[in-house]
Ligand binder design. Structure first.
Ligand SMILES: Cc1cc2nc3c(=O)[nH]c(=O)nc-3n(C[C@H](O)[C@H](O)[C@H](O)COP(=O)(O)OP(=O)(O)OC[C@H]3O[C@@H](n4cnc5c(N)ncnc54)[C@H](O)[C@@H]3O)c2cc1C
Length: 283
């Protein structure tokens, strides 16, 4: 096992200081938040960096702001904070539910939303819940900030749309309003399990019809994905048992599941349909 003794870890006190460090190749380091992904990767021999820049506890990225239409959640907010926050439960319940399934209490106390998203594992629990909000990621550098829609943020397996000098500062997530959100994770057991497949949904039914619908899956493809074909089938329709049957079959036909140590492609295909059904029943 490798150790981190030889890593030069800088601990800036402000976001501006962190951005200055990242702007210069001579001082730039691997960003370190809670360390719950990085420490495991470093210990298992993934190329260990010479330098790391800690963004843990930076005040500018560690709070939740409740705006008129959205919640702006700092990248340094921990899963435990999300689970405890009544505003997150009220406006983004799928995200609260997803955060509650990350590891166990110790990991939730240390792991951050920004770290989960930036790690870009297809099995990152918060990704589908972030995707169904239709929100965006806010990135900062010394040159300013830019916003990337979440559906373009994960570009490939373990790749995100972020430059080496940028830090994720926040997630701008529209509130659900009158829509219903659900989150389901299928793993080997209920705690400390990485998912085989998971789904988040945000669906608004008014006057008996589906007015808006977003369904996203994780652990199914190299990146978290929205089920756009299923969404198109459902939009504007009455959520009848026949439509739900059709949506389940279309989900199973449209996914391109991965196979790995956690599950087979066949199981993931079958489970994807069942999760879509669970998102639609009793709306
Ligand atoms: C025992 C155990 C169980 C786990 N269980 C789960 C689970 O059930 N579900 C799950 O999804 N994950 C799980 N994880 C993984 C991990 O806990 C989460 O992904 C966590 O959210 C990572 O956050 P962190 O702050 O610790 O990230 P770190 O490890 O500090 O960083 C992770 C990555 O994000 C980058 N990064 C961090 N912050 C920023 C930022 N602000 N801007 C840009 N890049 C940034 C880092 O450079 C690094 O590449 C588990 C880990 C362990 C050790």
């Amino acid at each position: 096992m490798k150790t981190t003794e030889h890593i030069d870890i800088r601990c800036p006190r402000t976001l501006a200081e962190a951005l200055r460090l990242q702007a210069d190749e001579r001082t730039r380091g691997t960003l370190l938040a809670g360390g719950t992904d990085l420490m495991v990767q470093w210990a298992s021999g993934v190329p260990t960096p010479v330098r790391a820049t800690s963004v843990w506890n930076l005040p500018e990225i560690s709070a939740i702001e409740v705006c008129a239409d959205c919640l702006e959640i700092g990248a340094g907010v921990t899963h435990a904070f999300l689970v405890d926050c009544t505003q997150v439960h009220r406006h983004l319940p799928a995200l609260a539910a997803a955060a509650a399934t990350v590891g166990a209490a110790q990991i939730q106390a240390r792991g951050t939303l920004g770290g989960n998203a930036a790690n870009a594992s297809p099995a990152g629990d918060t990704a589908p819940a972030l995707l169904v909000t239709g929100g965006s990621v806010v990135l900062a550098s010394v040159s300013g900030t830019r916003e990337v829609p979440l559906d373009r943020f994960w570009t490939a397996y373990r790749r995100i749309d972020a430059r080496p000098d940028e830090i994720i500062v926040a997630f701008r997530l529209p509130k659900k309003g009158k829509a219903q959100e659900r989150f389901r994770k299928i793993g080997t057991r209920r705690a400390q399990a990485i998912s085989k497949v998971m789904a988040a949904s945000r669906i608004l039914v008014e006057k008996g019809r589906i007015q808006s619908v977003a369904i996203a899956l994780g652990s199914i493809a190299p990146t978290p994905v929205r089920l756009s074909e299923v969404e198109a089938l459902l939009a504007g329709q009455k959520p009848t048992p026949a439509l739900i049957d059709e949506a389940e079959k279309l989900a199973q036909a449209s996914v391109r599941p991965i196979a790995d140590i956690r599950s087979t492609a066949e199981y993931r295909r079958w489970a994807s349909g069942r999760l879509v059904r669970a998102a639609l029943e009793n709306l």
